[in-house]
Design a protein around this ligand. Structure first.
Ligand SMILES: Nc1ncnc2c1ncn2[C@@H]1O[C@H](COP(=O)(O)OP(=O)(O)OP(=O)(O)O)[C@@H](O)[C@H]1O
Ligand SMILES: [Mg+2]
Length: 366
């Protein structure tokens, strides 16, 4: 009984991954959420035995998933660790139940990693909102007297009879300006983004040119791996440039530092992809633009990793530790998501942005 187009639409819009199996436990149908989980298209997987698609990480080959359930009641297992044929590990609740008497089975997989991730993201964004409030209050308290100090130093400068003494007032003025700039940077973007449809490759190429100009010693290779069909996103080009520049500049700084240590050639990979049915926070978007910025530098020091997006967290003596905190607040203002993985030789920042839906959307999308 093949699914009708309405059934297929319903199944493809579920968050739950659904696999329908024949009596031999071979795949007959797979919905979109399951395709995303298994990282393969249904066309490739149809006809394969379930044991070829998923193994239970703790007990290979012996999973209850691979045998028809003994009772007509659904078999359910919570917090099972499964491994896909690509080696990806999944933490899921699953259930296996008979769909029809002639031996058609349905497997439902509910990924738990995502729920955990949403909870983590909510906690992080609550913390960064609290930080922002604190910073705003502090900035206000610092900027007001600073304006007064600066003004008074200017007046004093005019009154000072001896020009030699101007050296002192100009120190006051330039230090007041430095502090003001720091406070402004700490506050992040001062205005809400002005959203326009843009192609992610435009700000990306702009930033690549800036980094190329900064890396004058020629020891940096920029590798572009673009998906030219990536749909447009609604973004503020100027703010996006700022966010990407902060991430890429860190990568280049780390490479330049690591370069001194191991003399390897630095590389930053710029990769774009389009993801389907991808969650960002609690919302699942039909099409999402994914941007990866991967460098082969020495990696983010482990003791910094947990708080890397917090303001004033820096691994450099001269760093203000604001670059990533600003990048994160820009990405969040664009309803996007930013995360990273880092180990020596591979640091990968991943940015996700919802795309602008084409007008006549084909919800079947196949
Ligand atoms: N790609 C990377 N590779 C290695 N370390 C990194 C990378 N990106 C960030 N870091 C580490 O994270 C720290 C914080 O980065 P962030 O951009 O927030 O601040 P910063 O670079 O120190 O100062 P600035 O405000 O000037 O950007 C860096 O100091 C660096 O130690
Ligand atoms: Mg930085």
């Amino acid at each position: 009984m093949p699914p009708t187009s309405l059934h297929r639409q319903v199944l493809d819009n579920l968050h739950l991954a659904v696999l329908v199996l024949d009596s031999q436990m071979h795949l007959r149908y797979i919905n979109q959420a399951a395709e995303i989980l298994l990282e393969a298209s249904g066309n490739r997987l149809r006809g394969l035995a379930l044991r070829e698609l998923l193994t239970e990480a703790t007990q290979p080959g012996e999973s209850a998933l691979h045998h028809p359930p003994a009772s007509p009641l659904p078999f359910t297992k919570r917090q099972a660790k499964l491994r896909t044929r690509h080696g990806k590990e999944l933490l899921v609740d699953y259930s296996l139940s008979a769909l029809t008497e002639d031996g058609t089975f349905v497997v439902e997989l509910s990924p738990l990693d995502r729920i955990r991730k949403i909870a983590q993201e909510e906690a992080t964004s609550a913390a960064s909102r609290a930080n922002q409030l604190l910073l705003r209050g502090l900035a206000h308290e610092v900027k007001n007297p600073l304006g007064g100090l600066r003004g008074a130093a200017q007046l004093l400068e005019r009154e000072l009879p001896d020009p030699m003494l101007h050296e002192y007032t100009s120190v006051i003025i330039s230090e007041a300006d430095r502090l003001r700039n720091l406070v402004d940077r700490m506050l992040g973007p001062q205005r809400p983004p002005v959203l326009q449809p843009i192609n992610i490759h435009e700000p990306l190429e702009y930033v690549a040119r800036l980094i190329r100009a900064e890396a004058t010693d020629g020891n940096l290779r920029l590798v572009r791996d673009y998906d030219p069909s990536t749909p447009l996103i609604a973004a503020d080009q100027e703010q996006l440039v700022q966010a990407l520049l902060n991430i890429m500049r860190n990568a280049w700084e780390a490479i330049a530092l690591g370069d001194k240590l191991n003399n390897a050639r630095g590389e930053i990979i710029l990769r774009t992809r389009t993801l389907r049915q991808q969650p960002i926070g609690a919302t699942t978007h039909r099409l999402v633009c994914q941007l990866e910025l991967i460098d082969n530098g020495p990696g983010i020091p482990e003791h910094l990793q947990e708080n890397i997006f917090h303001p004033m967290v820096s691994g450099h003596a001269q760093g203000s530790g604001l670059g990533l905190s600003i990048a994160q607040s820009i990405v969040h203002q664009h309803e996007g998501h930013i995360e990273f993985q880092s180990e020596p030789g591979c640091t990968r920042f991943v940015l996700l942005f919802p795309t602008i839906e084409p007008r006549s959307s084909d919800h079947n999308g196949r």
